[in-house]
Every structure is written in structure tokens, then in C-alpha cells.
Ligand binder design. Structure first.
Ligand code: KPL
Length: 298
């Protein structure tokens, strides 16, 4: 399969690197990473290891592929979609935080699959990515149900050794992930603690509240996600990723723009469309946006 990885940061490079053991992969990345991979290949180290030679480029348009894997930050999704519209791709799979698939659907004529990935990845240096945890890719039709394209992509991922599940309940899984991110990411970023610090703490209660509000909005969107399931998902991720710094905490620590708009901001906006208020998500979004403004990031 010819696979274009659009946004080869840490996760995109790891997944693209693993896929490159069997497939024809092109990483769309920034320099010096792209130049290094082109010249000397890519080292995958850590829990998974390989030396592979995917193509790598900084050029975003004019590509042709069977599948485009979108791994850009959520706020770059519209720009990525516009570049992909200038490519010839047969299918698109998003492995991003936040509800970004709708942006891809509205700008592209290729079918868009929803996905989540729990592999831990760290770009150590240009041309070298570390797998910090073997997780799982879950993918499927955006509106749920069986899907032949999802099955084909799942088979291609498994052929490359990626732990992959093709799911028929992506709507619930996307909202459950959104609930987890709405709670854990915002609270850990604002309090600057590792995920595990939320266990049994007042800050953890705040994360539960944000997740419960998100579950309520999911139900307004006709997605069945009980409050208890969202709260337990937060607890499970806190326990399993106790030593991790959430992606939003990493962004704040590096003074980079966060994905708050596609996470807590999206929960606030979708709730408002239903005439409903989500005070915890609104407060978390306001605090993070104030920090971004103060840091000159928005
Ligand atoms: O997805 C994550 C993130 O950091 O973005 C969690 C699951 C919260 C793990 O840290």
C-alpha cells in the first residue's frame, strides 16, 4: 500500500516508520527531520526497533497515495486538508486528538476514517524516533458500522506488525477519547503534573467533571456514553499512563500552542449548539487560551 504520512512529528514518524517495513511510505515532515530521513533513513528505537527507509519530503502537495494518514496537530487540520486536496489520495485516516475528522470530511472528496492511537512516541532527534510504549491503533468508519475500507487499512497495518483493531463503534470511542483528553490534558497542563498525580486528588475530580460534561454532550449528539463510563475511562488512563506528561502539558512546557480548541473548546461549542452550558470545560478552555495569549501564541 502507498501511504502518505501527513505531519510526521513523533506519532506520525513512529507509525509511518513501522508501516515502512512492508509498505511504500512517504513522510511529509519538517526539515531537518525530512532531510535526515531522506539521506540516511529512519531509526526506530525503544519498545519497537527497526531501521527503515521511507521517502521523506517537506513538500505537501502533488502526492499520490492509497492512504493519507493525518497526524498533524488539530489546529493544523484545515491547512493539511487543503494541501491534501491537491494530492491524489484514495482514503484518509486521522490519528489526531480532538474532533478533527469533520474538518477533513468537509474539505476532501476521499473517504475519511476515524482513528485513535495509544502508541507512545518521542522524536529523539532528526531521523530517530523512540517507541516509548506499544499501544494500539483503533480505526473504523466515522459514523460506525462495518466498513470494507477500514478492514483493508486494518489488514495493511497488521501486516506491518502494528497492533490494530478495526472497530464498528468509532462514534463512542471518539467521544470517550475526547472525554479523557478534556479532563486529563487540560488539568495536567494547567497544574503542570504528570497524569498519575490526578489519582485521588481534587484535580482528578476536576478531570472527572470535565469528562462527565463531555459525556453529556456526546449524548446530546446521540452517542451513547454514560457518565460512569467516561469517568472510569479517565481513571483507567490516569493509572495506565501515570508516569506520562500529557501532550498538552508537553506543549505548555515547550511554550507551544495547545490543542485546547479541538478538545475543551469543541465540547463548549457543541454543547452551545444544543443550548447547553458546560462550565468546567468553559473554565479550562478560558484558562488555557489566556495562557496561550500571554505567551503570544494566539
Ligand atoms: O492522549 C493523551 C494525551 O496526552 O494527549 C493521554 C491519553 C491523556 C495520555 O497522556
Amino acid at each position: 500500500m502507498r501511504i502518505l504520512v501527513f505531519g510526521a512529528g513523533s506519532l506520525g514518524t513512529l507509525v509511518g516508520g513501522l508501516l515502512a517495513s512492508v509498505h511504500d511510505v512517504t513522510l511529509v515532515a519538517r526539515d531537518p527531520h525530512a532531510a535526515r530521513v531522506s539521506a540516511a533513513g529512519l531509526d526506530v528505537v525503544g519498545a519497537e526497533s527497526a531501521h527503515v527507509s521511507p521517502a521523506a519530503t517537506t513538500t505537501e502537495t502533488g502526492h499520490s497515495a492509497d492512504l493519507a494518514l493525518v497526524t498533524v496537530k488539530s489546529f493544523d487540520t484545515a491547512a493539511a486538508a487543503d494541501a491534501l486536496a491537491d494530492c491524489d489520495v484514495d482514503a484518509v485516516l486521522s490519528l489526531q486528538n480532538g474532533l478533527t475528522e469533520e474538518t477533513l470530511v468537509s474539505r476532501l472528496d476521499a473517504p475519511v476514517l476515524a482513528g485513535t492511537a495509544t502508541y507512545g512516541a518521542r522524536l529523539v532527534e532528526p531521523g530517530r524516533v523512540e517507541c516509548t510504549g506499544v499501544g494500539r491503533v483503533v480505526l473504523g468508519a466515522l459514523d460506525g458500522g462495518p466498513d470494507a475500507l477500514a478492514e483493508r487499512v486494518g489488514k495493511a497495518f497488521r501486516a506491518a506488525g502494528l497492533n490494530t483493531l478495526v472497530a464498528t463503534d468509532m462514534p463512542r470511542r471518539r467521544w470517550e477519547k475526547l472525554a479523557v483528553n478534556a479532563g486529563i490534558n487540560a488539568v495536567t497542563a494547567l497544574s503542570r503534573v504528570e497524569n498519575g498525580a490526578l489519582a485521588g486528588d481534587d484535580a482528578g475530580e476536576l478531570a472527572h467533571r470535565a469528562a462527565r460534561e463531555t459525556a453529556r454532550v456526546a449524548r446530546l449528539e446521540r452517542v451513547s456514553l454514560p457518565n460512569r463510563v467516561a469517568r472510569e475511562a479517565v481513571d483507567r488512563v490516569v493509572e495506565k499512563t501515570a508516569a506520562n506528561r500529557s501532550s498538552m502539558l508537553q506543549d505548555v512546557a515547550a511554550e507551544k500552542r495547545t490543542e485546547v480548541d479541538a478538545i475543551n473548546g469543541a465540547v463548549v461549542d457543541i454543547a452551545a449548539e444544543h443550548g447547553f452550558e458546560v462550565p468546567t470545560n468553559r473554565t479550562l478552555a478560558a484558562l488555557l487560551r489566556a495562557w496561550e495569549r500571554g505567551a503570544g501564541l494566539r
